[in-house]
Design a protein around this ligand. Structure first.
Ligand SMILES: Cc1cc2nc3c(=O)[nH]c(=O)nc-3n(C[C@H](O)[C@H](O)[C@H](O)COP(=O)(O)O)c2cc1C
Length: 369
């Protein structure tokens, strides 16, 4: 069944496949129609963890984003108006071909309502339908048509510390994942340049996915550095192939960084804010409407990797939303024609103040302290 949906032999041969879906209302109650992209960011963050764990366990794992949507929805008994399939993650490789699938009967499961009343944001399911693939031929044609996006043009770069100087962490991955959270307050301190190089290397590494056949990337990492030792404060774009930063504008942009991130102080107090942007016209031309989904997903995975790298280094991180057009304007003319996908703020976390918990004694009832 999954082989039929994904037109992919390896998916059929995998002993297990994780299927990531999104119940739109879980995000739409807060973010309304904008929730559609949050679904990919959040699932991308989870995929970053799953891929890292698979690597640690030497388990082959990759992302499949081209599949017949309706077939996977049918397999899981989903109503597309409420819940969409985001991607598949086949795990492992079987030595023998799979047994023939039994006839499919509808799944008799119903999700419990999350709220007494739900507000419909029809743009969400419309976007999902507009980027759906209907037939096996469409899935195959999509895979054949996709091609890498244009690389960044050459420019003089600020060199980053060599990869051998990139910091490594002794914390086991499982511990880092458990420790990871979204930082709520940053201290006004700076981070070492080697930490920034480590973060950018981790965030721009290869992703095993059907939408990145040349193991490239659909996104570029722009950043505002306000507290990196040895790096002049300013706006930069990262060139992963040459491991360096192109200076776009020098200056202290703390206030601007906070403003771009929907006026949230976390953007202003972070040592560095990394924004993932994609060239929208090239994306639509080479990936069609499905390109919107996979670019948001890639940003989510790269954001998830930034979180893990930050926590492995003892730093803090948080995803942040932003004013779309103002972000592009800030990084222009370099960013002209691009769309922002996700922002991640990184810095030195303030210690969390834990509330003192007063144990209740059996002889005291609440309100008698
Ligand atoms: C993609 C993404 C975007 C986020 N955007 C914001 C934001 O704009 N403002 C904010 O305060 N927190 C933001 N967060 C943090 C979330 O509120 C937080 O991840 C969520 O409450 C779960 O908590 P945890 O990350 O500590 O597990 C974002 C997190 C992610 C992963």
């Amino acid at each position: 069944m999954l082989e039929e949906a994904a037109a992919d032999q390896e998916t059929a041969a995998a002993p297990a496949t994780l299927i990531f879906t999104a119940l739109y209302w879980r995000s739409a109650w807060k973010y309304r129609s904008r929730a559609y992209r949050y679904c990919f960011w959040d699932a991308g963050t989870m995929a970053a963890h799953a891929l890292a764990l698979a690597t640690a366990l030497s388990l082959p794992a990759r992302l499949i984003t081209a599949f017949i949507d309706a077939l996977v929805e049918q397999l899981l008994g989903l109503d597309r108006k409420e819940e969409g399939v985001l991607f598949l993650m086949p795990l492992g490789r079987a030595s023998s071909p799979p047994l023939p699938a039994p006839p499919l009967s509808p799944l008799p499961v119903h999700a419990l309502p999350l709220s007494q009343r739900e507000v419909d944001y029809p743009l969400i399911s419309q976007m999902h339908t507009a980027s759906a693939l209907e037939t096996r031929e469409e899935v195959e044609r999509w895979r054949d048509r996709i091609s890498p996006l244009p690389p960044l043009e050459d420019a003089p770069l600020f060199p980053l510390p060599s990869l051998s100087a990139v910091q490594s962490s002794s914390s086991p991955l499982g511990e880092v994942i458990l420790k990871r959270g979204s930082t709520r307050r940053f201290l006004p301190e700076s981070i070492p340049l080697s930490a920034l190089a480590t973060l950018l290397t981790a965030g721009s590494g290869e992703i095993e996915a059907d939408f990145l056949p040349g193991r490239g990337s659909l996104v570029h990492s722009y950043l505002i550095s306000n507290g990196v030792q040895g790096l002049p404060s300013g706006a930069y774009v990262f060139h992963p192939a040459r491991h360096g930063l192109q200076l776009l504008r020098e200056g202290s942009f703390r206030q601007e960084a906070g403003y771009l991130c929907l006026e949230q102080p976390l953007g202003a107090t972070a040592s560095v804010v990394i924004f993932f942007l994609a060239d929208f016209d090239a994306l639509l031309e080479r990936y069609g409407n499905r390109g919107y989904r996979v670019a948001q997903l890639e940003a989510g995975i790269r954001g998830g990797r930034l979180y893990l790298a930050a926590y492995a280094l003892g730093l803090g991180a948080t995803g942040l939303t932003f004013y779309d057009d103002v972000v592009v304007e800030f990084f222009s003319p370099h960013a002209q024609g691009k769309i922002p996908l996700l922002a991640v703020a990184i810095g030195v976390p303030a210690p969390i103040k834990r509330s003192r918990i007063v144990p209740l004694r059996p002889d005291r009832t609440p309100g008698t302290f």
